[in-house]
Design a protein around this ligand. Structure first.
Ligand SMILES: Cc1cc2nc3c(=O)[nH]c(=O)nc-3n(C[C@H](O)[C@H](O)[C@H](O)COP(=O)(O)OP(=O)(O)OC[C@H]3O[C@@H](n4cnc5c(N)ncnc54)[C@H](O)[C@@H]3O)c2cc1C
Length: 488
């Protein structure tokens, strides 16, 4: 027992020394102190009005847990915390910098959608979010077909049954508002609550201090940073962030199909300038995510809707960039595969739907980048969602990784409660970090590998990737493994 206590004391000493040195050389604490001198500290009076704590010396309002950032991942976190029986006695607050806009389901589809994987589907079922999504709209994906423009190689992924779909395509607004509807009453949510700064503790002896733009100060035992790719929480933690911008934009739009079809297939074609994906929304609508160079994106956005549709159909159908030698070798390879690995024919090529137009005013573009925080946790702080990692949308994994973080962090916090530990203890939070980094880093590496593999038209690379892709397409157990990994 004594040995355990000594180890614990030594551990926290080492930790606090390590943390102190980080603070003393980092820019964050000085940033905070500089700000603290100029920002007035406020707390909320019972009437809800802000009062200066300098005048009455009262303590800042305290919460057990504060989630900073009310995007899809932040709200899913708040919702999961609210549904946890083990955390039901905790005072929990979600802070969102933007205003709370009234929203009802528009007739036309939004241009921002996500492909939700099975893990997210299960999480949403558990929280009661899924019935609200289904009540609105979600399109099941029964098959995915991926092919490229430099050769005839392709791969398909099929759903095993109704319960085991490839994904669901859901609009971001539908996801967000469906989560909001099941956030339990005891979770406090503040909109227009932009955080201006954080003061993070070096050990468990003090709390996280949060300074809001309206002048108030809050304190918390655990800060969960869900404030997106430019996360202020992450910047204040001072953790190393490895990342870069692709020289690419993701063009999004809602597409009109030429005729009604079952539309349950997600299509993705790799072009040397980036992948173009058509995600099913309904019988006559699909959602476009077209990743391309910044220069090309700028030109595509300037086109009329008609010319844009022509350019898109060309990107999907044009075969003129195929390499003749690659085609000949690839055809022979397919024949060989057919002899040694004959298939049922279920993996045959289908033709994508033809696009007849773009729904007016639905075209938009987003910069694409990759980023990963080397650490997700510090004493009393944890990062989730895009605040911790950002990926290229080519595999439709971004927000799914964030929802995976939510499930894992909840498990970790519940375990801490069971053990009678402080929920802000770094040792406990480390379990969340290592569990998630194992998954997230591997997924990010796979996405980056795919991006690089298809970002070239050098003949030997095109040949090797084409032979490889066609082989994987007929090796069912390998395909199944890839599918299981992508579905979370
Ligand atoms: C073109 C494109 C297509 C995509 N397709 C897919 C897909 O198919 N599948 C998929 O899984 N992912 C996809 N993604 C990725 C997905 O959109 C993101 O991973 C997801 O939106 C991240 O959610 P988040 O809640 O972590 O962050 P965000 O959505 O960025 O939310 C952060 C929130 O924090 C708030 N905030 C920020 N700073 C402060 C502050 N100081 N104080 C208070 N509040 C603050 C913001 O207002 C915001 O509401 C795609 C992305 C792009 C660009």
């Amino acid at each position: 027992m004594v040995t355990i206590m000594m180890k614990a004391v030594r551990g926290s000493l080492v930790l606090s020394l390590r943390e102190r040195s980080r603070w003393s050389c980092g820019h964050c604490i000085s940033g905070w102190m500089g700000r603290a001198a100029s920002v007035r500290d406020y707390h909320t009076t019972p009437t809800g009005r802000a009062a200066s704590v300098r005048d009455d010396h009262s303590a800042p309002t305290h919460y057990d847990i504060v989630v900073s950032g009310g995007g899809m991942v932040g709200f899913a976190m708040a919702c999961s915390l609210g549904h946890s029986k083990m955390l039901s006695d905790r005072r929990i607050l979600l802070l969102e910098g933007a205003a709370d806009k009234t929203w009802s389901l528009p007739e036309e589809f939004s241009n921002r959608v996500c492909a939700l994987n099975s893990h997210t589907h299960r999480l949403f079922h558990k929280l009661g979010v899924w019935e609200h999504i289904q009540h609105r709209r979600a399109q099941p994906v029964k098959r995915m077909q991926v092919w490229e423009s430099c050769s005839e190689a392709m791969i398909t992924f099929d759903a095993q049954d109704q319960e085991d779909l490839v994904a669901h395509i859901v609009e971001n607004d539908v996801i967000l508002h469906s989560i909001k509807e099941v956030v339990p009453q005891h979770i406090e949510v503040e909109y227009n609550a932009k955080v201006e700064g954080y003061k993070l503790p070096t050990d468990l002896s003090s709390k996280v201090m949060i300074s809001l733009q309206d002048g108030r100060t809050l304190s918390t035992d655990l800060l969960i940073g869900a404030d997106g790719a430019k996360s202020l929480v992450r910047q204040t933690m001072g953790v190393q962030y490895i990342g870069w911008d692709y020289d690419q934009m993701g063009i999004v739009a809602t597409l009109q199909l030429s005729e009604p079809v079952e539309n349950t297939v997600a299509w993705q074609r790799f072009l040397p300038t980036g992948p173009v994906a058509l995600l099913p929304l309904s019988e006559d609508r699909s959602s476009l995510v077209w990743s391309t160079t910044k220069v090309k994106a700028k030109n595509l956005l300037k086109l009329s809707d008609e010319d844009f549709t022509d350019a898109l159909n060309k990107a999907i159908w044009d075969n003129s960039s195929g390499d003749e030698m690659v085609q000949i070798i690839h055809e022979k390879w397919l024949k060989l595969l057919d002899i040694f690995l004959p298939t049922s024919g279920a993996d045959i090529r289908q033709l994508p739907p033809s696009v007849s137009g773009v729904v007016p005013s639905t075209r938009g573009a987003f910069p694409l980048g990759l980023g990963h925080a080397v650490h997700y946790v510090r004493p009393r702080v944890a990062l989730i969602g895009d605040a911790a990692h950002r990926v290229h949308p080519l595999a439709g994994q971004g927000v799914n990784l964030g929802f995976g973080d939510v499930s894992c962090l909840i498990d970790t916090l519940e375990k801490a409660v069971l053990l009678g530990a402080d929920i802000g203890e770094e040792r406990i939070l480390h379990e969340y970090e290592s569990e998630r980094q194992k998954h997230n880093v591997m997924m990010m590496a796979s996405i980056e590998g795919l991006y690089r593999l298809y970002n070239t038209r050098v003949t030997p690379v095109v040949l090797l990737r084409s032979l490889g892709l066609s082989a994987v397409n007929v090796i069912t157990p390998l395909k199944r493994q890839i599918m299981d990994r992508a579905r979370g």
